[in-house]
Design a protein around this ligand. Sequence first.
Ligand SMILES: C[S@@+](CC[C@H](N)C(=O)[O-])C[C@H]1O[C@@H](n2cnc3c(N)ncnc32)[C@H](O)[C@@H]1O
Length: 298
Amino acid sequence: MSKLTRSVLVDIELRLKNAGVPSPRFDAESLVAYSLGIERNRVGLVKEIDNEQYRELEKLVEKRVRRIPLQHILGEQGFRRLVLEVGPGVFIPRPETELLVESTIRYLKDKNQDKNIVIDLCAGSGAISLAIATEVSNCEVYAVEKSKDAFEYLTKNIENNKENLTKAKAKFVAINSSIREPISDFSALVGKVDVLVSNPPYIPNKMIPREPEVKDHEPEMALFSGTDGLDLVKIVIKMATDLLKPGGFIAIEHADVQGSSVDETGVPFHLLESKAFSKVEDRRDLNGLPRYTVGFKI
Ligand SMILES: C[S@@+](CC[C@H](N)C(=O)[O-])C[C@H]1O[C@@H](n2cnc3c(N)ncnc32)[C@H](O)[C@@H]1O
């Protein structure tokens, strides 16, 4: 016997809400859409769900009730114009990072150069680097990622966007290395890079994330970065200092507690302390929290 989609949705929403899922309606609609093989905005047009579809849907709902991330269940996450493959082992790109990308793309478009060299450190699934490479023409983009698992997703996402990259005349180089080690591809790029972007791990080692989706399912390597969370942030700033050309742009994401003050051990402090950047400015995310810092190489 089939079930009314409307009642199924109400039931799933309630179960997800009781499990503490932050966006139960959105997730319920996404799971129903996925099991029916349609877009989320078309769920309202389907009157009934048949038995077999319902059994499959139940399996998905049980996973989400156990707080397995929605993106792991669906196997993808939207980021600007991209649909990125994600799953266990790779960080799920966040909407707030889209703002950092927006600022960077605006910088590149305003500059309107024939060709740009862009470096993305701690690239994960490729959200930042692929967005830039596909939205701004003629970029030579280098994406560095240490984790083998994350690198596999990066490689898949490059493959999935091959056409878009060709259309944008992009050259895309993915490097499976740690930024703690010297990167040979960069020795020829000292002082020549137009943009260096990064959303590195920035949580202090002892801090335990609240949401189970993050605590139990995001790779530790994507989250933690030393006692104050700034170990990799400092490396990113040092690399930007060496690699950017004069006038080159840095955009780096950070925790909301790290960006607000130049008096504390925050990102602007490190950027300013390096004395290598001008017009250092901290920008806010969609919740009004300090989220990323931009600056220009002197
Ligand atoms: C917060 S995630 C961000 C991923 C991606 N940039 C995004 O915004 O979705 C940080 C990434 O840094 C990678 N990472 C951690 N330590 C690294 C290192 N030493 N060198 C290169 N990548 C590293 C992690 O594996 C993870 O993919």
